[in-house]
Ligand binder design. Structure first.
Ligand SMILES: NC(=O)c1ccc[n+]([C@@H]2O[C@H](COP(=O)([O-])OP(=O)(O)OC[C@H]3O[C@@H](n4cnc5c(N)ncnc54)[C@H](OP(=O)(O)O)[C@@H]3O)[C@@H](O)[C@H]2O)c1
Length: 354
């Protein structure tokens, strides 16, 4: 889609659905961005219900009050809703889509693959009925393992392998899910029965496909490997202590094979600080894309250095922002499911301002 003046002057009426880390980033964006009019905020937390949207993100009052009344929001006729709930909710997506409100969701599903055909069929049908569009947004899946590496392939003359690493020090960047992801468990037990869902690679398969099919190839199979690191001493964190000898690092490796060889490899290096063995020595939190071939390339995506000299992990904020910046294009697109391949180059609006 080509950007034009008409698009630049247009305002979009938007609802923010849920206000966790991703949702708060989006809410702040919507309040501050001049091409967006925030019209609704959905919350589940009783302490947030009835609060002004501005209060939830330390901004001045907006006159938009957070509610848990879903029906009120479905009936609003907003241009778009950014869904950032804990888990995906196809019923909510389809209610909005059928009523003509476009949906962007950080909870996925992301890219249509056979495995998620049923979900996308439901979404497509609702899109058709309401003449609306759906887009799954995120940093990974959604950006650093698909759009970014595929874009970087434009700088290559031959590609042997593409390696995408998500590197997160969860001690410096505290997050929920630490226990849920198995930190603090016995290493052998975790290797035998990982905490990360066996479904996880398939949620990312669409991203791998986007690169592979973007290069005119087909994925033959997907293999997985898990390696763990143990704490070399007790590691205190906000919710408790990771005991010495228990899991304090996890390296998931998922490999997409093409023509009998690995072509796209995703690594997830999650650690709880530096007191772990083995040390993977990846440095600060970041996304790292390495493309082996001619000429070899390495690209690091990280937050700017903070006062302590370290680079923060901004993946959750980026997950919200990559959805927010797509709002105009999602709203102005032809109805249906939209991936990066449908957008072409996204042209964000309202970012450059006094
Ligand atoms: N693709 C990606 O790269 C990517 C990256 C990060 C996250 N995500 C996804 O984005 C979504 C939001 O992530 P997040 O990090 O912002 O999560 P979060 O901080 O845990 O927030 C989730 C929000 O969901 C709402 N919620 C609804 N039902 C809930 C329940 N039963 N228990 C707790 N909260 C409930 C709450 O909103 P209120 O407080 O407003 O009530 C909560 O704040 C998740 O689906 C996550 O998987 C995707």
């Amino acid at each position: 889609m080509r950007g034009n003046i008409e698009m630049a002057e247009k305002k979009y009426r938007v609802i923010q659905w849920a206000t966790g880390t991703v949702g708060k980033t989006a809410l702040k964006y919507f309040i501050e961005n001049p091409v967006i009019e925030l019209v609704g905020v959905y919350v589940t937390n009783p302490e947030k219900i009835g609060k002004d949207a501005g209060e939830l993100v330390d901004l001045p009052l907006t006159g938009v009050v957070a509610t848990n009344d879903e029906e009120q929001l479905f009936a609003m006729g907003a241009d778009c809703v950014l869904f950032a709930g804990l888990v995906q909710d196809l019923d909510v997506y389809c209610r909005f889509l059928r009523s003509g409100t476009n949906v962007i969701s950080s909870a996925g599903p992301f890219n249509p693959t056979d495995r998620y055909r049923d979900q996308f069929d439901r979404i497509e049908e609702a899109c058709r009925e309401g003449r609306a569009s759906y887009h799954g947004c995120g940093i990974h899946p959604g950006f650093s393992g698909d759009l970014l590496p595929l874009t970087l392939t434009r700088l290559m003359s031959r590609i042997d392998r593409i390696e995408v690493s998500e590197i997160v020090d969860k001690l410096r960047n505290p997050m929920v899910y630490i226990e849920m992801m198995g930190f603090g468990r016995d290493p052998d037990e975790l290797l035998a029965n990982p905490s990360r869902s066996p479904e996880a690679p398939y949620a990312f398969q669409g991203s791998m496909n986007m690169i592979i099919e973007g290069l005119g190839k087909k994925m033959e199979r997907l293999t997985t490997r898990l390696e763990v690191a143990a704490a070399t001493k007790d590691i205190p964190y906000p919710n408790g202590v990771i005991r010495k000898g228990t899991v304090a690092g996890q390296h998931y490796e998922w490999t997409a094979w093409v023509d009998g060889a690995p072509l796209v490899v995703y690594h997830f290096y999650w650690t709880m600080g530096d007191d772990v063995e083995p040390r993977w020595d990846n440095g600060d939190s970041k996304y790292r894309i390495v493309i082996k071939g001619d000429p070899p390339l390495e690209c690091h995506l990280m937050g700017s250095k903070e006062a302590d000299g370290r680079h923060p992990f901004l993946g959750l904020q980026w997950t919200g922002l990559v959805g927010c910046t797509a709002v105009p294009q999602v709203c102005d697109a032809e109805p249906g499911v939209l991936t990066h391949l449908d957008f072409g180059v996204v042209q964000p609006r309202g970012l450059v301002r006094q």
